[in-house]
Design a protein around this ligand. Structure first.
Ligand SMILES: [Zn+2]
Length: 323
């Protein structure tokens, strides 16, 4: 139990009340208009979606004091102690006010994620007048993704200007969570994707599998989207370069014996492919020079790579006498 964060936020007049453990406040560290800082008084931490940063009470004071009063770390620590002892904060006892708080469990987090995504309006990407959607469509278009593809994957917009594009994560059709993509360069440098709280990468395969004895395996959501765009639906994203044991199990349970590894054309992708070879029969996706992942390939290059890969796959099957 910690009351320090409540005191600190109260001291700076940033907190509307001390009764709700979880609140959204306007972030004092960036030019925030809508409250994008999520506060959890019980845990004693807050997170700003705009800055993409976590703070505890002391770190918060340190940032405030350096930003607004030019204090160094040592001076900020002294200030922190002063705040906790201040008269203004002496009446705050969150142990009492938050007595009934319970940490959300997995099911609650899942429900929150489900409600959040499904509560956002559906978008017809081929015919939308929503400003945020038009902006997102242009952004995706520059990356080679068409409105039809955005419709296929049921993308929406969040109205959070840091992470405005949101995609549902569907594992063979079942909703498992969501992922947001930032369109802002400054945020991309820190963190490109934001997953819902409680989302488990290891237990999820993004995409459809089981219709064939083989499946394409890619790293990222956008890589998978490129396949979808060109009509290949038998592809899963593992959201990383190394397949987890749970992901492996899911494929095996669907009778998959052969994977086509379209993991990135770099060191990690090659490591991940080697790992796959210890579990499945593997055909490596044939990358053209200079293409780092499927997500960045143009239509022409994608088709060339796809054709070469499939012919290699057929050769591999003949050689091994497998299916
Ligand atoms: Zn912020």
């Amino acid at each position: 139990m910690t009351g320090e964060l409540a005191k600190v936020l109260w001291y700076y007049n940033l907190l509307p009340n001390v009764y709700d453990s979880v609140q959204k406040i306007v972030c004092p560290f960036h030019s925030d208009v809508n409250p994008s800082m999520s506060v959890d008084l019980k845990r004693g931490t807050c997170y700003c979606f705009g800055c993409n940063e976590y703070f505890d009470a002391q770190r918060f004071v340190s940032r405030m004091e350096s930003k607004y009063n030019g204090l160094n770390d040592l001076k900020a620590v002294q200030m922190y102690i002063k705040i906790l002892k201040s008269k203004k904060c002496s009446n705050i006892h969150i142990e009492k006010s938050l007595k009934h708080y319970k940490r959300p469990n997995k099911k609650q987090l899942y429900d929150e994620a489900y409600d959040y995504y499904h509560g956002l309006g559906s978008i017809d990407w081929e015919d939308t007048e929503i400003e945020e959607a038009i902006e997102a469509r242009e952004y995706m278009n520059k990356r080679g993704f068409s409105p039809v593809t955005l419709n296929k994957c049921k993308a929406k917009v969040t109205y959070n200007n840091s992470y405005s594009l949101i995609f549902p994560i569907l594992d063979n059709g079942k909703f498992r969570g969501w992922v947001c993509r930032t369109m802002r360069k400054d945020i991309e440098a820190k963190r490109k994707y934001l997953y819902n709280e409680g989302f488990s990468r290891a237990n999820t395969l993004v995409g459809n599998y089981g219709s064939e004895k083989y499946v394409f395996v890619v790293e990222g959501y956008m890589d998978r989207l490129k396949f979808i765009q060109y009509g290949v639906d038998n592809v899963v994203a593992i959201l990383g370069w190394k397949m987890s044991v749970e992901q492996e199990k899911k494929l095996k349970e669907r009778g998959i014996t052969h994977v086509i590894s379209a993991l990135d054309n770099d060191e990690c992708g090659r490591k991940g492919t080697k790992y796959l070879q210890t579990i499945f029969k593997v055909t490596r996706f044939t990358y053209l020079k200079g293409i780092k992942d499927p997500g960045e390939a143009s239509e022409e290059k994608f088709e060339k790579m796809y054709r070469r890969t499939m012919s290699k796959y057929r050769d591999n099957i003949k050689k091994k006498g497998s299916q």
